[in-house]
Ligand binder design. Structure first.
Ligand SMILES: Nc1ncnc2c1ncn2[C@@H]1O[C@H](COP(=O)(O)OP(=O)(O)OP(=O)(O)O)[C@@H](O)[C@H]1O
Length: 600
């Protein structure tokens, strides 16, 4: 409960900051709604009692009071919902939405983006910032309704104390609703995976990228069938939970309505047998009517507040996760300014979240300072995973990675990343201006024209910039009114981005030329090897090159051969050839395949 109270308090403060006028207005309307309920009954009783006494002047003033109080009740009844809806919506969009996005993006590493439990919660939170804000206002509405209830019961209790028994009985529908909402909440999480799947399939079929292959393969109907299946599954799970919630709701109400009918009968009987006055009778009827309304809205607001558990719980979980990550970052050390010994891996194991096969299995290796290290191996042997761990995108499950003996786990992730440069096979296609898409490789120098030109030159992408309509300022992406690039051009852009930092301690080239022709590939590799040597001499930087093309890695100082998550061979090119193992065999196969005379 404390977690909820602190969240609601935070949301109300956020409401105040993001939309102070609406917040003040809504608070005012809620306060008036509390007072107006009692005002109607009290003015009515005073009017009738005055009439019975024959005091016409007081009766007239009382009648004006009744009219005003009643009009106020009607106005605030309508206004409350509108105001709460608007203020919650604005707080959700203006205050909470940016906070949630900042939280999600501030998490280091990739692990959380591939953990299905994280994704399920994030997808709920992302769509529900308005509901989270609404939950705080609903809690406030519940509180104001409780006050109204208290006022109503005090007035009814002044007629007969037995009516106070209505308070505990009012808890029955609240509990039943809460019970039903729990099953709705569980269903949201259980159906989130099917929901994501259907969304992914829909986007695959509908997007230009995936749609091409899907249409050529004639697989659209099948994928749409799968999407409908996943959609049905998601809807079925939610529907069942909602039916069960409705049944709980009805049962709770049945209990309360029975008790309420008995209470009203008692008061009417007392009035009829002369135990109460005319004013008491009218007060009872007025309060009975308003009690029913207040009870209804108390239950509705409480149920809505507790029903929002399905969105609030994931949000609280996300915040706790982000805080734990940040707390870890605060105590971290900076990375060394240069490497003297190098990077070592000691019995590193790693399994991707949600899978049960080790992607890295007892990996031990020494990557000497200043060295170019090539990692080769079959598809899926763990090469990219190894690189991801070295970049702190994931942490090892066991074993350690050390920089000059210091455990990478104790080093600040953002500070380490600032000393890394990487070009990946599955590079990003950032559809912004060309200069920006390169410049984000080193944010502090994103506006440094000289640095941009240098990076573009390193990636041999000057020709590409020359063909763009506005050079470095050209917008990329046709759907954004810009220019479309080919795969090879996107890859050169990624290479340029990876060349922005000029003093990395760790430089990664993970299949950086897979989309380039053989001629460009060779030229680029030669150029980047020279670059790697410069880094190595300057700071002892380690360069890791991942490649399927053995000819490109022959010049590396150290070659690691991977197979099913393990390093099976390591050494220099000549040494591995002389050993006659996997490397020698694969090298031989490729050398023959690429030899001009052997080609068919
Ligand atoms: N995000 C992920 N979630 C789950 N499993 C993954 C993920 N990424 C990779 N894997 C699995 O981990 C293993 C190693 O993958 P990795 O990408 O490291 O291989 P690789 O040698 O780089 O392959 P390739 O040469 O195709 O790039 C594979 O079995 C792969 O299926």
């Amino acid at each position: 409960m404390r977690r909820y109270l602190s969240l609601w308090w935070e949301v109300l403060r956020l409401s105040w900051r993001s939309t102070p006028g609406y917040t003040a207005g809504t608070l005012g309307v809620i306060a008036v709604s509390v007072v107006s309920v009692a005002a109607v009954g009290l003015t009515m009783r005073a009017t009738l009692d005055a009439t019975a006494r024959g005091s016409s002047e007081t009766a007239l003033i009382g009648a004006v009071g009744v009219a005003l109080a009643y009009a106020l009740t009607l106005v605030v009844q309508d206004l409350t919902n509108d105001c709460v809806g608007t203020v919650a919506d604005r707080t959700g969009r203006l205050g909470l939405h940016p906070l949630v996005h900042r939280d999600i993006n501030s998490v280091e590493g990739l692990e959380h983006l591939e953990r299905s439990d994280f994704l399920d919660r994030v997808s709920i939170v992302r769509r529900s910032t308005g509901l989270i804000a609404r939950s705080a206002w609903n809690a406030l509405l519940s509180l104001s309704n409780l006050l109204k209830l208290l006022l109503t019961v005090v007035l009814l209790g002044s007629v007969h104390p037995l009516l106070l028994a209505l308070i505990p009985l009012a808890a029955v529908p609240v509990w039943c609703n809460h019970r039903g909402q729990l099953s709705v909440q569980r269903a949201e999480v259980a159906g989130a995976e099917s929901y994501r799947l259907q969304q992914h399939l829909f986007e695959t079929v509908a997007s230009a990228e995936g749609g091409k292959e899907v249409r050529v393969a004639g697989a659209a109907d099948r994928l749409i069938g799968l999407q409908e299946q996943a959609w049905d599954e998601a809807v079925r799970i939610r529907f069942r939970a909602r039916v069960s919630a409705a049944l709980w709701n009805a049962a709770g109400w049945a209990v309360f309505v029975a008790a309420f009918a008995g209470a009203v009968a008692l008061v009417v009987y007392r009035a009829a047998t002369g135990a109460g006055g005319v004013g008491d009778l009218v007060l009872t009827v007025m309060m009975a009517v308003s009690l029913r309304q207040t009870m209804q809205s108390t239950v509705a607001a409480t149920v809505e507040a507790s029903g929002s558990r399905r969105v609030v719980e994931p949000y609280l979980w996300l915040r706790a996760y982000v805080r734990a990550q940040r707390a870890r970052a605060v105590t971290a050390d900076p990375p060394p300014t240069s490497l003297r010994r190098g990077i070592s891996l000691d019995r590193v194991d790693f399994t991707y979240p949600g899978t049960d096969r080790r992607a890295l299995d007892g990996v031990t290796a020494e990557l000497p300072a200043g060295a170019v290290v090539a990692v080769v191996g079959e598809y899926g042997s763990g090469k990219t995973t190894l690189v991801k761990l070295l970049l702190s995108l994931y942490a090892p499950d066991s074993g350690s990675i050390r920089l000059d003996g210091a455990d990478l786990a104790g080093i600040s992730v953002p500070a380490w990343r600032k000393r890394c440069s990487a070009v990946f096979q599955d590079f990003g296609r950032f559809r912004i201006r060309f200069g920006e898409t390169v410049g984000i490789g080193d944010l502090p120098r994103i506006g440094d024209a000289e640095a941009l030109v240098g990076a573009v030159r390193a990636a041999d992408a000057e020709g590409l910039v020359g063909r763009l309509p506005e050079g470095m300022d050209s917008q990329l992406g046709r759907e954004l009114g810009g220019t479309d690039l080919s795969e090879g051009q996107w890859q050169r852009t990624a290479l340029a981005r990876g060349s922005m930092r000029t003093d990395p301690l760790f430089f990664v080239l993970d299949e950086p030329t897979a989309s380039l022709d053989a001629h460009s590939e060779e030229a680029i590799f030669r150029r980047y090897m020279e670059r790697a040597r410069v880094y190595g001499r300057r700071t002892g930087a380690v360069t890791v090159v991942v490649s399927h093309r053995f000819s490109t890695v022959a010049g590396a100082d150290l070659i690691l051969v991977m197979d099913r998550g393990r390093i099976t061979e390591s050494g220099g090119h000549r040494e591995l050839l002389a050993r006659g193992g996997t490397y020698a065999e694969l090298y031989g196969i490729q050398a023959r395949a690429y030899a001009p005379g052997d080609r068919g």
